[in-house]
Design a protein around this ligand. Structure first.
Ligand code: SF4
Length: 430
């Protein structure tokens, strides 16, 4: 039996795609191996967001090919369509393919090399592939893929093409089957889940349908675009009991001038209006619950002045985020920003990130202190060195002594006794 190894770079969406690639190969009589150098087939599911991830992929592909000329290498994900990447790796990679074409393209490749002749045609449509989920309690569910927004810095519209939504029936069927199997949490994935529309229902209606599935489980979703965050959606998130009290709403920059250059199609004022609506909706419908707001911010976008940068800092203070994922601007080939002058130095970008991180540490700690003495539900994810580690509904990391056995994958109640910057600590209630 031939063996395969999947190397995944980047975001949650790529992790979910790799679960489907894994399911596809295993269902077609390939066997996973944990040793990349021993595999007959290696799939690189790549990320083009940062140069560092790209360089790591190039290095590994180069070494694999050098040490094993017969290995078959497939490159999918964000880099698969880039002309410069294809030129650079033309003699090292056997197949470049977009993720949605993975089943049909890989079938052709492996038949050419007579590595496999009878793939199951029923699995031909990418989103219909049954994934090998990474664990037995929380699952990623892609609900749409691609993007129509063309933010100036982003490769996604080029790498994944335009938005396509998966049928709500398929999504509901997948979630029902997971809940039947004992899963406790589902995360709906898409580059812009707010614009989900399968021709029959939109995102608020999809959330309501999933919320109506019987059973005890949590619903999360990423990522949202502020221009598509409607009042109806905000009300739905706050009203649906199974939808967690967490909204990830990427702002990217606090300056309207920078936002316009980024082609984000909203202003900081509009964003702050949304934050106000989200906070008051949670207070209205879930007054007893804590809620969290998280975001993404890019520092050092071309032409970002110190004054414009400080507008990001001011916005962070106003919102009081629970988490922000920072990115130092790095020009990506093929995007609009590739042609802009990358005129903020590396040192200055690092300094700006550090400045914002100090604000985040303050707001996160202040928010975490609100958890003290509260009793909360926690989904336990792992046990290590006598402690359990898990997440609250707001995705706060929680640590507590493992005084009871076999709780990984279960939702338990814990009382919070300590608040730190990046986690909270507690004890399990009987
Ligand atoms: S909304 Fe913008 S940042 Fe998000 S995937 Fe689309 S182009 Fe990229």
């Amino acid at each position: 039996m031939k063996t395969y190894f999947i190397k995944t770079f980047g975001c949650q969406m790529n992790v979910s795609d790799s679960e489907r690639i894994d399911g596809f190969l295993e269902n077609n009589k390939y066997k996973p191996t944990s040793k990349i150098e021993e595999a007959d087939l290696v799939v690189f599911n790549t990320c083009g967001v940062r140069q560092m991830a790209e360089n790591r992929a190039y290095g590994q592909i180069h070494n694999l090919r050098k040490n094993n000329p017969n290995i078959k290498i497939v490159l999918t994900g964000c880099l698969s369509n880039r002309k410069d990447v294809r030129r650079r790796l033309q003699n090292k990679v056997d197949l470049f393919c977009e993720i949605k074409n993975f089943p049909s393209e890989i079938t052709k490749l492996l038949q050419t090399y007579q590595l496999q002749t009878s793939f199951n045609n029923a699995l031909d449509q990418y989103l219909k592939i049954k994934p090998n989920y990474t664990n037995h309690y929380s699952a990623n569910i892609p609900i749409m893929t691609g993007c129509n927004n063309f933010c100036a810095y982003c490769v996604v519209p080029y790498a994944r093409g335009r938005e396509t939504s998966r049928s709500n029936k398929e999504i509901i069927a997948e979630i029902k089957s997971l809940i039947k199997d004992g899963y406790k949490s589902v995360t709906l994935l898409g580059q812009n889940v707010n614009s989900y529309n399968d021709g029959l229902i939109d995102f608020p209606k999809l959330l309501k349908k999933i919320n109506a599935i019987p059973g005890k489980f949590w619903i999360n979703f990423v990522s949202s675009h502020p221009k598509d965050m409607s009042s109806e959606l905000i009300e739905t998130i706050a009203q649906c009991k199974k939808v967690c009290e967490l909204v990830h709403l990427p702002i990217q920059a606090g300056s309207d001038v920078v936002l316009e250059k980024m082609n984000r199609k909203y202003t900081a004022g509009h964003y702050l209006g949304l934050v106000k609506k989200i906070k008051s909706a949670f207070k209205k419908y879930k007054p007893e619950s804590l809620f969290a707001l998280t975001s993404d911010i890019i520092v050092g976008f071309p032409g970002e002045t110190k004054r414009q940068f400080l507008e990001s800092a001011r916005l962070m203070e106003k919102v009081g985020y629970d988490m922000v994922y920072f990115g130092q601007f790095s020009p990506r080939p093929g995007t609009a920003a590739w042609n802009m002058k990358d005129n903020v130095s590396k040192i200055e970008k690092a300094r700006r990130e550090k400045y914002l991180n100090a604000i985040l540490e303050r707001t996160t700690l202040a928010n975490n202190k609100k958890y003290l003495r509260k009793t909360l539900e926690v989904l336990i994810e792992k046990e290590k060195d006598g402690f359990y580690f898990g997440k609250t509904r707001t995705l706060k990391n929680v640590k507590f002594p493992a005084v009871k056995k076999n709780l990984v994958g279960k939702i338990i109640k814990a009382k919070i006794i300590q608040a730190n910057i990046w986690n909270i600590e507690g004890e399990i209630l009987p």
